[in-house]
Write a protein that binds this ligand. Sequence first.
Ligand code: ADP
Ligand code: MG
Length: 281
Amino acid sequence: MDGLLVVNGFLKSRKFDEIYMWLGSAFEKRGHGIRVCNNIELSLTSEDISADFVIFWDKDIVLARRLEAMGLRLFNTSRAIELCDNKALTYTALYGKLPMPRTIAAPMTYRNIGYSDTAFVYDAIEILGIPLVIKECFGSFGAQVYLAETAEQAEKIIKNTSEPLILQEFISESRGRDIRLNVVGGEVIASMLRYNDNDFRANITNGGKMQNYTPTSEEKDIAVKACKELGLDFGGVDILFSDRGPLLCEVNSNAHFKNIYDCTGINAAEYICEYVEKCVK
Ligand SMILES: Nc1ncnc2c1ncn2[C@@H]1O[C@H](COP(=O)(O)OP(=O)(O)O)[C@@H](O)[C@H]1O
Ligand SMILES: [Mg+2]
C-alpha cells in the first residue's frame, strides 16, 4: 500500500515530529510507502491526489473533507476528527449513550463580542455546583481546562475569553486522577493510570505521572463504545473515576502515543498500521 501522512504545517515541535516518525516507520516496517505532507502544501495543491490510505494526523477539517471528496479514505475520518476536536460536539454526540459528568455547553457568542452577559454562569452553577470545571471546546494537554472554586472565579474566567466553552460538574473523586485507554479498530490496545498530586488535571504534559493499569470491562466498554459512536478508527479515551462508576471525560482523535508506549511498551502505531491494512485490502 502507498499512503499519505498528513500533518499540520504550522505546528513545529519535537513531540509532534516524534509521532510522525513513529507512524511513518510502523508503515515502512511492514513494507508500505508513506509520504509525509503538511496541510499547507496540500491546501494549495489543485491536482487530484491518489493514495491507498491517508493517515490524517491533523485537525484541518476543511482539508480533510476535500481529500474525502477526492475519494480518499482518511484514518480518522473528517467527521470523527471534527466531533472529537470540539468538546461540546463530543458531548452532544455521546449524550444519553454513555455516562459523562453533567455538562452544559455555553451559549454561543461571537469572537469579537465575548460573553458580554455572564448571568448564565450563575444559573449553570445552580445545576452543576461548585467547584466548576470550565473547558475551552478546542484544547488539549489540560492547557485550556480550568477549575473555578467560586462563582466569582467562574465569572472571571468567562469574562476573559470569547472561546466556545463547556461547563462541567467537577468529579472530586477523580481529582488529579484519570485513565487513558487507547483504542484501535474497536479494541482497547493499551491503558494507563495518570495521576498528579499537585493539580486537578492528570495530563502527563501538565506534570502528571503514569502507571500501568488494567481497565475493568465497564471502562473498556465505555472506551470502545465512545470510539464507535464517534466513528473513530482509533483514539485515546480519558475516563474519570466517580462514586457512580466510570465517566467518560473526553476523546482524542489524534492521541499521542509516546507516553503510553513509555508506560506500557505498547506501540499504538503498529496497531494502527495493521488495522489500516485490514480496512484497505
Ligand atoms: N469534570 C471533571 N472533573 C474532574 N476532573 C476533570 C474533569 N474534566 C477534566 N478533568 C481533568 O482534567 C484533565 C484534562 O481534561 P480533558 O477534558 O481531558 O481536556 P484536555 O483535552 O486538555 O486533555 C483530565 O485528564 C482530568 O484529569
Ligand atoms: Mg484529555
